[in-house]
Design a protein around this ligand. Sequence first.
Ligand code: GTP
Ligand code: MG
Length: 198
Amino acid sequence: MTAARPPSVPPPPNYVTSAKIVIAGGFGVGKTTLVGSISEITPLTTEALMTAASIGVDDAEAVPDKTTTTVAMDFGRITLDRSLILYLFGTPGQARFWFMWDEVCRGAIGAVVLVDTRRLADCFSALDYFEERRMPYLIAVNHFPSATEYPEQEVRQALAVGDTVPIMGCDARNRASTQQVLITLVEYVLSLRRGGGR
Ligand SMILES: Nc1nc2c(ncn2[C@@H]2O[C@H](COP(=O)(O)OP(=O)(O)OP(=O)(O)O)[C@@H](O)[C@H]2O)c(=O)[nH]1
Ligand SMILES: [Mg+2]
């Protein structure tokens, strides 16, 4: 993000700020879908076909239509308003690509942790990663048709995240829904910075 300006100094005309956001979460939770639903440029993806070799390694039971998986990262861009451009970096979902995470997350202002309520535990390592680095994150519950919807408080308890961490539902395939998630994250990061949080 561009260096903060003292509040008394108005931004110059055409002042544009950019920020990096990470889209994280477990395997097959919809990270690539989310980046693709909102990006105004053709997203850069690094999808590889899932072959028979992934049987028993990648649990695709909850997402039977899934044929590819991210092996490095996703990249997209969205202009939220005329003065704020977000660069979206999606992480690979599988544990064997952990070595990519530091590169993908470096310099990000915050993260969206996508979760599927059928496989909540899959996001624990992402939560640990952001907690350890004190990087602000929110929880976006990606609603899959066969997944049970739980009240926010139950999701909060199951994930053991703090009371201030935003939790919201979303549909990663839907642009408006994805946009709302990103706006909520940016507002949360700004509120933490104003309040001297993380
Ligand atoms: N019903 C429903 N299906 C979704 C949604 N988001 C993604 N999918 C489907 O779920 C599957 C997984 O989506 P991806 O976007 O590849 O998931 P990912 O998190 O990037 O996966 P990895 O990179 O392999 O970890 C795909 O078949 C999507 O079409 C959603 O909001 N609702
Ligand atoms: Mg992916």
